[in-house]
Design a protein around this ligand. Structure first.
Ligand SMILES: Cc1ncc(COP(=O)(O)O)c(C=O)c1O
Length: 386
């Protein structure tokens, strides 16, 4: 059995709340200490031991200079992708960048034609809107379809956008906040469509290692996908390393490599040395931890469903297929994220941040924590009149 096979059977624990409140990250500093933060996408779990050991060693050895050549990331991701997703990458086409946001902004800055809008599929990660704002580019929303079979891409809507000359789709796979991991048929159809119009799919796959069933990388969907796709990802979400600042762009064709080659070489230099080596270590030696984390999140997503049923039965929620984010439908109540923050002192991401006022009746909750903290948050909310 390869080193990246799912072998671990244990679950993983989050520290107690008192300890979490002493953390320095945005999650624990944005609000006053009477607020339970369940908004930003970082998990409460302690990081994987091999990563912690590596970082501690590098700090201890004052090994904190600029980032030079680091083939370790491509080598580690090559073996991770092969063993976990049966996906053969071309390691020579992997380019490091500070984070997924910066890589996406720089990709679009270098490749977007003037006047072009960028297609997004709402409800979607609020960062997408912020990145486009930074570029002065208008999003073009082709909302996800909510079908009896779950969330699906609106391929006809995407085709209309391509026909109108908007030839970049910022795909979120797995999807934040609805937790959909798009399937091979859907992605293959998207690739064929994109290839037909000469469009590009920028596939943000940052949540991919946390998929509960099968994850399909866009670039594993055949020649049409490799001709049209660039994957932008990082170990930061799945191994909880967001503050370390390292990510990468990956292509698998000459066409797409040429487009990435237009990005400034400084992207590499602006990546953190700790982040890059921690990322290599995550893909290499963080798989046992990852498996335990996926198992824990699987239990948490079900715990959340059971606790919602018990405490807030009017709130609708569908189990996500990946990640640690829950898209809560509050429309059967008078609750909103603003009221929940104000009165229950629980911070959620307001639905409108993910695509505008259409989503006023929704909020996103982070369940990457202990079952006790999930219950505690819901108990606070359940005290409100609704
Ligand atoms: C889909 C998605 N992409 C990107 C990011 C941010 O990534 P980075 O910090 O590497 O820019 C997030 C953070 O929540 C996310 O959910």
């Amino acid at each position: 059995m390869g080193k990246n096979k799912r072998v671990n059977d244990s679950t993983i624990k989050a520290p107690a709340l008192e300890q979490l409140y002493s953390r320095h990250s945005s999650k624990w500093r944005r609000f006053a200490a009477d607020v339970l933060p369940m908004h930003v996408a970082e998990m409460d779990f302690e990081i994987a031991q091999p990563i912690s050991t590596l970082i501690t060693r590098m700090v201890g050895e004052s090994d904190l200079g600029y980032l030079g050549p680091v083939p370790e990331v491509a080598e580690a991701f090559e073996s991770f992708a092969q063993e976990r997703w049966n996906w053969k990458i071309d390691p020579s086409q992997l380019k490091l960048a500070t984070d997924v946001g910066l890589a996406t902004v720089e990709y679009l800055r270098a490749n977007l034609r003037s006047g072009e809008r960028v297609i997004v599929n709402s409800p979607v990660y609020s960062g997408f809107y912020e990145w486009l704002k930074e570029l002065g580019v208008e999003p073009l929303d082709v909302a996800l379809l909510h079908t009896d079979a779950g969330w699906r891409l609106d391929l006809a809507g995407i085709e209309s956008a391509y026909q109108a000359g908007h030839l970049h789709l910022l795909l979120c796979n797995p999807h934040n906040p609805v937790g959909r991991a798009f399937d091979r048929d859907e992605l293959t159809a998207l690739a064929a469509l994109s290839n037909r119009y000469g469009a590009t799919v920028i596939s943000d796959e940052i949540h991919a290692p946390l998929t509960f069933a099968e994850f399909v990388p866009y670039l594993s969907c055949g020649d049409a996908a490799t001709e049209t796709g660039v994957v932008i990802t990082s170990s930061s979400k799945s191994w909880n390393l967001a503050g370390l600042k390292a990510a990468f762009l990956l292509t698998q064709s000459e066409t797409m490599a040429a487009k990435v080659a237009r990005l400034p070489p400084a992207l590499h230099w602006r990546t953190s040395i700790l982040g890059a080596f921690a990322m290599a270590e995550a893909y290499n030696a963080g798989v046992e931890w990852l498996d335990a984390t996926v198992k824990t999140l699987d239990a948490n997503r079900k715990h959340l469903a059971a606790e919602l049923e018990r405490l807030l039965p009017e709130v609708a929620y569908e189990l996500p297929e990946a990640g640690y984010l829950a898209w809560l439908d509050l429309r059967g109540t008078t609750l909103t994220a603003a009221r929940i923050l104000e009165e229950a002192k629980v911070s959620l991401v307001p639905g409108p941040d993910m695509g505008g006022e259409t989503y006023a009746g929704f909020a996103r909750l982070n369940f990457g924590t202990s079952p006790e903290i999930i219950t505690h948050g819901l108990e606070r909310i359940a005290k409100l009149s609704r």
